[in-house]
Design a protein around this ligand. Structure first.
Ligand SMILES: Nc1ncnc2c1ncn2[C@@H]1O[C@H](COP(=O)(O)O)[C@@H](OP(=O)(O)O)[C@H]1O
Ligand SMILES: [Mg+2]
Ligand SMILES: [Mg+2]
Ligand SMILES: [Mg+2]
Length: 356
C-alpha cells in the first residue's frame, strides 16, 4: 500500500508515535524502568521494548509489505520472564483514547508471544531499495532514565531517501516560540504545556502539533529562525560527552564568535528544537572512538530540519546517507544549521577539526 503524496504514511506514523509516547510516559513516571544492559553496555528499558512493539504492530497492519529497521530486539525479553511480563502489561494496556485512531492502528497485539515476534520484525538490514521504516522507540534512553529529554522517532525511507519523518517529544514545550534554556535537558517533565509532535514530508515542509491523548491536533508550519548575527546563535549538543566531542564543539562555537553556553539535551529533540527556531545549530562532532552513527538516530530529524529550511551534513560536509544499511557507514558526526549559514559553520568545523 502506498500513496504518492505520503499523506497516509504520515497519518499512521503520527498516530503510531502518539500511541507509543503514551506508553513511554507511563514508564517515565514509574520509579522502576526495567533497565537491562545491552551487549554494547548501553541501556534499554521496558519503555523501549514496549514502544517498539506498538509502532511495528501499527506499521504491519497498515503497510504489511514494508521493511523495518528498528533499534531493539526481543532476545533479552525472551530470556527474562519478569521483564517480558512487565512489557506485556504495558503494551496490552496502552491504547489511543480516540477509538477511530486506535482502530486505524489495528488495535491490540494478541499475546506476549506475538509481541516478541513483532519486536523482532525490526531486523531489516536496510539499504538502498524499497520502502523501509526506521524506528528508534526511545531515543535518548540515558536521558529518559535521568529524567531528561527523549524522543520517539519514526521515518520512512524509499530507495534510501527519507520521505516522511515524525518525532514525538513528550518533554519539550508545546509552544514553538519558547526559546531554549540551558536547563531544558535536566529535570524535564511532561506536565501541562509539554509534549510536541514534529513531522515532515519530503518537499512539503515541516510542522509541529501538540502531543495529546485524543485525536491528532492540527499542525502548524515550523521554520528555522533566520540568523542575522551568528555570534548570537544558540547551539545544541548531546548531554553525553561520550557521544560527541564537546571540546571540539566549544572550539567551533568560539571560532564563530558564539559566547553563550551550549544547550545540552538528549535525543533528536535537538533536531526538533532547531527546526522550530527555538535553537539555531546542532553540532555532533566525532569522538576519538570509531563510532558509526545509526540511521534511526537521525532519519526523522534530518528530514524535519531540512524541510524547515535547514541543511544537515556530517562534519565533512557530506549529506547523511541513509542507504548504507542500518548504520550511516559513510558519515562522521552531524552539523545542522539554517541553509544560508551552514557553509559558514562547516568552514569553522573544518578549520577546528583540520588543525588537530
Ligand atoms: N559513542 C557514541 N557516539 C555517538 N552516539 C552514540 C554513541 N553511543 C551511543 N550513541 C547514540 O546516541 C544516541 C543518543 O543521542 P544523544 O547523544 O544525541 O542523546 C543513542 O540513542 P539511544 O538512546 O536510542 O540508544 C545512541 O544510539
Ligand atoms: Mg537513539
Ligand atoms: Mg533508542
Ligand atoms: Mg539505545
Amino acid at each position: 500500500m502506498s500513496s504518492p503524496d505520503y499523506a497516509q504514511e504520515l497519518r499512521i506514523a503520527l498516530l503510531a508515535v502518539q500511541r507509543a509516547t503514551l506508553l513511554t510516559k507511563t514508564v517515565f513516571h514509574n520509579n522502576a524502568k526495567g533497565t537491562l544492559d545491552k551487549a554494547d553496555a548501553s541501556p534499554v528499558t521496558i519503555g523501549d521494548f514496549g514502544a517498539q512493539a506498538l509502532i511495528i504492530s501499527a506499521l504491519q497492519h497498515n503497510f504489511p509489505n514494508d521493511e523495518i529497521v528498528a533499534e531493539e530486539e526481543a532476545k533479552d525479553l525472551r530470556e527474562n520472564e519478569r521483564v517480558r511480563a512487565t512489557v506485556w502489561e504495558l503494551v496490552k494496556n496502552t491504547k489511543l483514547s480516540d477509538a477511530a485512531g486506535e482502530k486505524e492502528l489495528g488495535g491490540a497485539i494478541q499475546s506476549p508471544e506475538a509481541m516478541l515476534d513483532i519486536i523482532d520484525k525490526g531486523d531489516s538490514k536496510g539499504g538502498r531499495s524499497g520502502r523501509i521504516w526506521a524506528i528508534d522507540p526511545i531515543d535518548g534512553t540515558k536521558g529518559f532514565l535521568r529524567g531528561g529529554q527523549y524522543a520517539v522517532c519514526l521515518a520512512l525511507m524509499v530507495d534510501g531517501d527519507v520521505k516522511v519523518g515524525v518525532l514525538g517529544c513528550p518533554n519539550l514545550p508545546v509552544n514553538d516560540s519558547e526559546p531554549l534554556t540551558e536547563d531544558i535537558g535536566a529535570d524535564a517533565t511532561d506536565a501541562e504545556g509539554k509534549g510536541v509532535l514534529f513531522s515532515a514530508i519530503l518537499g512539503q515542509g515541516a510542522a509541529s502539533r501538540p502531543l495529546q491523548k485524543g485525536a491528532l491536533a492540527d499542525p502548524s508550519k515550523i521554520t528555522m529562525k533566520p540568523i542575522t548575527n551568528i555570534s548570537d546563535a544558540t547551539f545544541c549538543e548531546s548531554v553525553e560527552a561520550g557521544h560527541s566531542s564537546q571540546g571540539d564543539a566549544a572550539a567551533i562555537a568560539k571560532k564563530l564568535g558564539i559566547t553563550k553556553n551550549s544547550v545540552r539535551m538528549d535525543s533528536q529533540a535537538k533536531y526538533g528544537s532547531i527546526a522550530r527556531g527555538a535553537g539555531d545549530l546542532y553540532l555532533r562532532l566525532p569522538t576519538s572512538k570509531s563510532y558509526v552513527e545509526k540511521i534511526w538516530d537521525h532519519a526523522a530529524g534530518d528530514l524535519i530540519v531540512r524541510e524547515a529550511g535547514g541543511q544537515v551534513t556530517d562534519a565533512e560536509n557530506k549529506r547523511l546517507d541513509f542507504s548504507q544499511g542500518r548504520r550511516l557507514e559513510v558519515n562522521k558526526g552531524v552539523v545542522a544549521a539554517p541553509k544560508d549559514v551552514h557553509p559558514h559553520v562547516i568552514e569553522a568545523v573544518m578549520s577546528v577539526l583540520g588543525s588537530k
